[in-house]
Design a protein around this ligand. Sequence first.
Ligand code: TRP
Length: 325
Amino acid sequence: MKKKTLLTGDRPTSNSYTIGQYPGTLKARIEAQDDYECLIFSADYHSLTTHFKNPSSFRKNAIELVKEQISLGVDPEKVNFYRQSKVVETFRLHVILSMLITMPELQRQPALKEKIAQGHTLTYGLMGYPVLMASDILIMNSDVVPVAKDQEAHVEIAAYFAKKFNSLYGNVLKPPKKLIGPILIGLDGKGKSGKSTGGIFFNDSTQDVKKKVMSMYTDPNRIKATDPGKVEGNPVFIYHDFFNDDLDEVKDLKERYVKGKVGDVEVKEKLFNALERFLEPVRFKKVELDKLGDDYVIDLFEKGEKKVNKIAEKTISDVSKAMGI
Ligand code: TRP
């Protein structure tokens, strides 16, 4: 039986993922690689929507992010890596789809409001972010799209576009299903641990990880180590739950925490140790990959692009036929 297609992408606005991205979209890639045809791309043109003034780092960042994924367990023999900018059919579909949504609908997007609140200029391109994302998804005939919770609405818009197109011109585009992963809250207990909000990065040094863990927020109402503390919603315990493989230790810490029998320092030190157990092999693998040089990743991209361009050409040909252009 033909495998279903799983598609996902990241904007290369940074050269490393945060560990907060691991439980959601990164883990989904590793778990899906045997059962799905996985398409994983670098959304370099999407990065322009907010970083159009300084795009020169995208190229290198994209390479680093691929190496990091491989270090984490994504198998380059099984998945297809490619760059969004190398699939020109995406941008043809983008123009067509841009007629199928109104400005007020785009303006209502929560993700757009958030970007404007962050100070980004509301350009025509930024407004069209979900249209481009729908084009990425639909051009590849994707079945599932694993994304973090904050991108959920975008996948729904892609499904909306597919249905709208099909109702106007005939059944060509496949409405994708979303696979929503958790996003970890930031180290300060607020927001998400995204690339822009300064979480713990996979390329942080041991010293940096230590510094960041020791300054994490805990239960704000707890003043002394002998005060009973709260575990729910406490960032340090949320990270313990995701990253500490020593379940007995986590259980013991929680029990003592609520009784006021353990200090924040011990809880954090144990989290630091757990994170280092997780990060150390990833760092090791990354060093090995760095030795292969950037061309290793460029070759992977080119191999992936050969394959996905065929899919994209077929889609655009079906689209054109259906529309009679
Ligand atoms: N918007 C996604 C992010 O910021 C990146 C992205 C662009 C994407 N196009 C996509 C993700 C298509 C999944 C599918 O993380």
